[in-house]
Structure formats: structure tokens, C-alpha cells
Design a protein around this ligand. Structure first.
Ligand SMILES: [Zn+2]
Ligand SMILES: [Zn+2]
Length: 357
């Protein structure tokens, strides 16, 4: 295959696991016939960005440097290839964690590209067009196959819409899969970037939403986001009151924690789904699962059709993430603050700030 022509895009990249992100340029391909070129307006900052930039996932996905993170991308279409049907210049568009897949495996056939063994991640995957690896959204533009470009409802605040592409779909997908609807009792463990989205979705689905938190001072915020009740998880009496009562619990905690304390709160056939990834394996009591035929599972992002469904749902219910907007020049500082959970609840980079670099 002939290599497509490339142009030079502005970006913020890390040169090594220990160097801060800094201004640079990267090659992007000129749109081929099925491609959409997007001017990036906002890009959310996800924990994965930091893990990747610092090569913390070395054992299963070693980082190739220079690396450009960012997979919560919202922008405006600037150019489309000759065969593109869904987009035209000027349209709002977004890109999440995936930019390609094999399109032929059973998962892709089912619209579940998040399980495709040949999926191409937005950053750090082999780039079949230009060689090297794919570069993410900390950039002024990106070029993506139209099958992986999503429409953005025009009523949504764009800075707040960016995190929907990872934090949003990661929490929306398991709730849809496990049947969160009106009348169900749903728990959300951990009120961070993922957890706050889970509260908004569960509330919009009509569920009775209970937030579990270690910090009592998050109570007011949890209620504002849509929770019906807040339980301080360190309070054993408070926890006990909810034993055997939850249809579904979404666990968004990435630190070590006692999972059995939550499994015991599930009702018969209740499910708890992990979307956080603690480094240390969790100790699961078989008894907690046996009693009540409860289940424990995990869930990664979502497929392309479901991501579009989620964005449309957000348009209808006017749901976006609560964000703090930062210029790209503050991205390293934002990483440090994210590590301390010092953000309500997601950073969104205003990519106009890249113009001055
Ligand atoms: Zn992410
Ligand atoms: Zn596939």
C-alpha cells in the first residue's frame, strides 16, 4: 500500500517515562478516502494518559516514545475524504479510545469493537498508515476513519462533552449491559472522574442511586450530581443497613479496597462491575458470591454503536462531565493534581491554547 502523504500537526508529547509533556510536532496523514480530519477543540485528561506517558503499563503495553496521550477528543471537522458519508466540514465530531479495528471478527460484527483482538487504540497502537504508533488528542488535529468518528449533539457543552468519550462510555456501557433502569437500586463506589459520570447516568436511567465514599465531605456534591443517598463506607453500621439490597454496583475505585464489603450489599443475582483497576489483586470471598448467586465482573469502555447511543442519550438529557478547563501548558500540573484527586471531576484541555506554541 502506498504511504499517504503526511502533514505536521502541533502536539504535546513526552520524550521518555520521566520527562514532562512538552510542545512538539507530529506527523498526521492527509485524509484518505474514508478519513475525517478534525480540528481538536477539547481533550479530556484520563488516568490512562498518565499511566501511558509514564510507561506504568510496561508489562502489557510498553510505551513507545515520543508519546502523545489523549482519548477524550471533541472537535470540528475540517476535511473529509471522497468516500465519507457521515460527516462534512464544519460538523462537530468526537473520537474516543479506539480509531480502528479489523471489522471482521465476531466482536466487530456485533458492534463490540472494544473486544476486537486487532483493535487500534487512539494512542500507542501500531499506525498502519504512517508506521510508528498512533498519536492521541493532545494535538491541534487528528485524522480518523469515519467508522470511528462519533457525532456530538449540538446542545452539549464541548469541554464537558470530551470526557464522555472515555469516562462516560466506561460507566454507561456496564449499566446498560446489567439492565439499570427505573426502580433498580444502584450503588456507585468512588466519586471521581468515572464515578461522577456513573451517578449522572444511573440517575437519568431512573434508578435509586447510592454513592459510597470514604470522605463525608463529598456528600453534598454526590446529592447535587443526582445521588439519592450517600453512605460513608468506613461506617460499618451504615453499610450493614444496605445488606442484600442492591441490584447493581459500579466499582470505580483503582486503589486497593475490600470488595467483599460491597458484594455483601448485592441482592439475589445482583452484580458488581469493576471499572477501576487496582494494581494488587482483590481478595474475593467465594461465600459472598455463593450467597445470593451474586456475580463480579469487569467492563472496558464500549463499542462504537453504543458510544454513539451514549452521546445521543447525553444530548437528550443534557449530560456532560463536570470539568475544570486547563490550557495545554498546564497539563503536567494537572497530572499531579489528578494523582491527588484534586479535580472536580475531570480536566478538559482547551486546545486553542496550543496555537501559541
Ligand atoms: Zn480513558
Ligand atoms: Zn474485530
Amino acid at each position: 500500500m502506498l504511504k499517504p502523504k503526511a502533514y505536521s500537526a502541533k502536539a504535546y508529547s513526552a520524550a521518555s517515562a520521566t520527562s514532562p509533556l512538552a510542545s512538539s510536532t507530529i506527523p498526521r496523514r492527509d485524509p484518505t478516502e474514508h478519513d475525517v480530519q478534525i480540528e481538536i477543540l477539547f481533550c479530556g485528561i484520563c488516568h490512562s494518559d498518565l499511566h501511558y506517558a509514564r510507561d506504568e503499563w510496561h508489562s502489557f503495553m510498553p510505551t513507545v516514545y515520543p508519546c502523545v496521550p489523549g482519548h477524550e477528543i471533541v472537535g470540528r471537522v475540517t476535511k473529509v475524504g471522497t468516500a465519507v458519508m457521515k460527516f462534512k466540514p464544519g460538523d462537530l465530531a468526537s473520537v474516543g479510545c479506539l480509531v480502528d479495528s479489523d471489522h471482521t471478527c465476531p466482536h466487530c460484527q456485533a458492534g463490540l469493537e472494544q473486544f476486537c483482538p486487532n483493535q487500534i487504540l487512539t494512542y500507542g497502537s501500531p499506525d498502519k498508515h504512517l508506521g510508528g504508533v498512533t498519536y492521541g488528542g493532545y494535538s491541534d488535529s487528528i485524522v480518523v476513519d469515519e467508522r470511528f468518528v462519533l457525532r456530538v449533539p449540538s446542545n452539549l457543552n464541548l469541554a464537558g462533552a470530551a470526557p464522555l468519550l472515555c469516562a462516560g462510555i466506561t460507566t454507561y456501557s456496564p449499566m446498560r449491559h446489567w439492565g439499570v433502569t427505573k426502580g433498580k437500586k444502584v450503588g456507585v463506589v468512588g466519586l471521581g472522574g468515572l464515578g461522577h459520570m456513573a451517578v449522572k447516568f444511573a440517575d437519568a436511567f431512573g434508578a435509586h442511586v447510592v454513592v459510597f465514599t470514604t470522605s463525608p465531605n463529598k456528600k453534598e456534591d454526590a446529592l447535587r450530581l443526582g445521588a439519592d443517598d450517600v453512605v460513608v463506607s468506613r461506617n460499618a453500621d451504615e453499610m450493614k443497613k444496605h445488606t442484600g439490597s442492591f441490584d447493581f454496583i459500579l466499582d470505580a475505585v483503582s486503589a486497593d479496597h475490600d470488595i467483599n464489603a460491597y458484594i455483601n450489599l448485592l441482592s439475589r443475582d445482583g452484580n458488581i462491575t469493576l471499572v477501576g483497576a487496582p494494581q494488587k489483586p482483590l481478595a474475593v470471598s467465594a461465600f459472598s458470591l455463593l450467597i445470593g448467586r451474586r456475580s463480579l465482573s469487569g467492563s472496558p469502555i464500549g463499542g462504537i454503536p453504543e458510544t454513539q447511543e451514549m452521546l445521543d442519550f447525553c444530548g437528550t438529557h443534557n449530560i456532560t462531565a463536570d470539568v475544570e478547563i486547563v490550557p495545554i501548558q498546564k497539563v503536567n500540573e494537572a497530572y499531579e493534581r489528578m494523582l491527588k484527586s484534586d479535580v472536580k471531576y475531570r480536566f478538559s484541555i482547551d486546545m486553542a491554547s496550543l496555537k501559541s506554541e
